[in-house]
Design a protein around this ligand. Structure first.
Ligand code: 5GP
Length: 115
């Protein structure tokens, strides 16, 4: 059974600026924002990495994306645009091993993907 910092945030054992929660997922501000808006969307179902999500649970990932889009729309960010990112394992830069989706917005974002 995994127990990451995000599980502790969900249980309100450590503080975070939680901006959304429903039966499936929750969202909160990243502690080290990489853009003016940097919110993490985390499912309540446990998966350490994207590699661990079977096709039968694709909806878990889909909900993260649609929740991020809904948040961006509600915050007036959708028209200007935003980026969603999921990091996987070492080369992807994953540091917390409960899957999560980053929403980055609020300014033009630089290109990405090069080592
Ligand atoms: P990863 O690198 O795994 O894709 O993303 C993990 C993210 O979690 C990082 O952007 C990091 O800043 C954020 N993070 C790590 N610890 C905490 C914490 O205690 N609180 C919050 N709000 N974010 C955290």
């Amino acid at each position: 059974m995994s127990d990451t910092i995000f599980h502790k945030i969900l249980r309100r054992e450590i503080p975070a600026k939680i901006v959304y929660e429903d039966a499936h997922l929750f969202a909160f501000h990243d502690i080290a924002p990489q853009a003016p808006v940097h919110v993490l969307f985390v499912p309540k179902q446990d998966f350490a990495t994207l590699n661990d999500v079977p096709d039968s649970d694709a909806l878990v990932i889909g909900r993260l994306a649609t929740a991020a889009a809904a948040y961006a729309k509600a915050q007036g960010l959708a028209e200007d645009g935003y980026r969603i990112v999921m990091n996987c394992n070492g080369d992807g830069g994953q540091t917390v091993f409960q899957i999560h989706l980053h929403l980055l917005a609020g300014a033009p974002l630089g290109r990405f993907g090069t080592p």
